[in-house]
Design a protein around this ligand. Sequence first.
Ligand SMILES: [Zn+2]
Length: 249
Amino acid sequence: MPLQTTEAIVIGGHNLGEADRIIPFLTRRLGKIRAVAKGARRVRSRYGGTLELFTLGQLVFFESPNRTLHKINEFSVVEPFAGLKADLGRLSHGAYLVELAGASIEEGESNEEIFLLLRDALTLLVAHDEPRLLRSFEIRLLRIVGYLLELYRCLVCRSVPGPGTQPAISPTRGGLVCSHCLSRAPDGLPVTVESLGFLRSALHGGLDQTLVAPLAHPHTDNLQEVLRVCVTHFFGKRLRSVAFLSLVE
Ligand SMILES: [Zn+2]
């Protein structure tokens, strides 16, 4: 069995047999993988609580020939993101980010951009438990997986919605629809000018930049609704924590 080394984030985990754990990781070099931590539930386990949700570390594992379930050789913690477990808000938002990142990639498929986006978002979430961070993460992740929302021109008539008009975002069309063309996009959700401005800057700026500009409550609610339908449209049944998140927010 060849030995592999890569940076990795723990994105879940469940028990196997009497003493083992199966840990899914999002890795920097090798995408999403699952690996067995032998004896992880024994009192004197050498993993000693390191394989907790969100933990970023250096993973060394034996690659199995069939590539479905590998075996952990060593996991050394780089950043435990302990702050994310300090309150229910951060915990559920962190769980949502992890789940969304995990759903965006098939097992064995590699995508360094998704790993880096998740790592940066978890880092920011420790200090800024803000809806804007989640929204920024969502639209950037959608872009990485190939669902780039059109935010400038109407996807039906190609016009640029002017000031004072009420455009919408249509998940099935993949972005903006002007008020005149709404009848041709029945799933269109009204989007405010402020939300649209946020989406544009979130798509093109850094994750942390979107935390600088304040955004009033009605717009954060509007953004959440718009992106939730886009995320659900794209990832569909692969997500579980969307429902959980709505209980907390
Ligand atoms: Zn139009």
